[in-house]
Design a protein around this ligand. Structure first.
Ligand SMILES: Cc1cc2nc3c(=O)[nH]c(=O)nc-3n(C[C@H](O)[C@H](O)[C@H](O)COP(=O)(O)O)c2cc1C
Length: 358
């Protein structure tokens, strides 16, 4: 059930305070060159412990590949990769079985699993599970890199701070990896960081938006209906905890545009068919059209906040004031940037394999 994809399939396992989290990946073409060091670089981008803008939990997230890669190449068998959980402190979580955190999965999980779920650290609902997505995605990304497909996710909004300029892909790629919030403009990155620190000091949290661009895709990736690029990518993005919105190209703004404004005019550039604008986000009829695939993912503000808030004791049905003391990210967005980027690669490789395009 915890599996995504038809031909390139990622199953994630583990829990936040159990022994490990990781992924089982099936369908990686045998003989693909897979560098474990490259997967580690992506895991490091996601890992916690980046000062006041992320949780104080300290996890080195050292990758262990148990099977499926030999002598730097995919064997064709299942690839199993994991990271161990080391810095576990489950002391504050029992209370949430009685008094669920507003905005978190404590209540829904308790009802669905009758209290048998592993609730420590959020269990399977923890953002830590996304380490598995990064492992699987970073494998797909390496396969696609050989085919000239590249991925860039960047933070374009944190709270009320927006990135107002368009930074070219090659420059953005460098800057995004060099600042802790993953924004392509240094000054805006600084303001975003301040926004997170301010929220943290107020024992509160902020949300934001990650934009992802995919370059180098041929025309025709995707299927017309259920496995359209939009539906498959969105299904993956909405699987990432705390995601509340996904939009392609013009997204919800399309509703207020005229057809004459929104239609992307076709043109020829260097012998290639292109469109002059990209309101479609690089997808027409569910299929890539050769333009950059461009989508945005909205993350809600972290639900676990120290600020007092009202909840309910579900056993007595009496209102209770809750002050959450555990270690939490004051903003999920910076750590979600590599999650969006790598998990998008897993979806695209799956669609290309489905379409016999690799
Ligand atoms: C990278 C990442 C880190 C997260 N860190 C936290 C956190 O520290 N505290 C928290 O309450 N939620 C955190 N979340 C979000 C929760 O996992 C999520 O809100 C919760 O499972 C409820 O699911 P939902 O928001 O999708 O409804 C994180 C999510 C991601 C992707």
């Amino acid at each position: 059930m915890n599996e995504f994809g038809k031909c390139f399939r990622i199953g994630i396992f583990g829990s936040s305070h159990g022994p490990c989290v990781g992924a089982k990946v099936e369908g990686c073409p045998a003989g693909s060159r897979i560098s474990e060091a490259a997967i580690q670089i992506e895991l490091d981008r996601r890992s916690p412990g980046k000062g006041p803008i992320s949780t104080a939990r300290k996890e080195r997230d050292r990758l262990e590949i148990l099977s499926g890669i030999r002598n730097g190449k995919a064997t064709g068998g299942p690839i199993v990769g994991l990271v161990r959980n080391v810095d576990k402190d489950s002391s504050s979580y029992d209370a949430f079985l009685r008094v669920p955190r507003p905005g978190h999965a404590d209540y829904t999980a308790m009802v669905k699993y009758g209290g048998h779920h592993d609730h420590r650290g959020g269990g399977q609902f923890s953002g830590r599970m996304t380490a598995g997505l990064v492992i699987g995605g970073a494998i797909a990304r390496q396969v696609l890199q050989k085919k000239g497909v590249s991925f860039l996710a960047q933070t374009v909004q944190i709270g009320k701070v927006l990135l107002k300029k368009e930074v070219p892909f090659s420059i953005a790629e460098r800057i995004v990896r060099k600042n802790p919030v993953g924004c392509a403009d240094r000054d805006t990155a600084e303001m975003m960081k301040e926004e997170i620190v301010r929220a943290h000091e107020e024992k509160d949290s902020v949300g934001g938006v990650v934009r992802c661009t995919i370059l180098g895709l041929p025309v025709g990736v995707g299927e017309p209906f259920f496995w359209s690029v939009e539906s498959a990518v969105s299904a993956m993005m909405f699987s990432i905890p705390a995601v509340k919105g996904v939009e392609f190209g013009s997204g919800f703004r399309c509703a207020s545009m005229k057809g004459s404004e929104h239609n992307d005019p076709f043109a020829a550039r260097g012998g290639q068919v292109v469109t002059k604008t990209n309101y479609s986000g690089g997808v027409l009829g569910g299929l890539t059209n050769g333009m950059p695939v461009d989508f945005r993912v909205a993350f809600k503000p972290t639900s676990s906040i120290g600020k007092p808030q009202m909840s309910l004791d579900v056993t007595t049905k009496k209102p209770v004031q809750l002050e959450i003391t555990g270690r939490h990210d004051p903003c999920i967005v910076p750590r979600a940037v590599p999650v969006v980027e790598n998990s998008a690669a897993a979806v695209i490789l799956d669609l290309m394999l489905q379409g016999g395009m690799t």
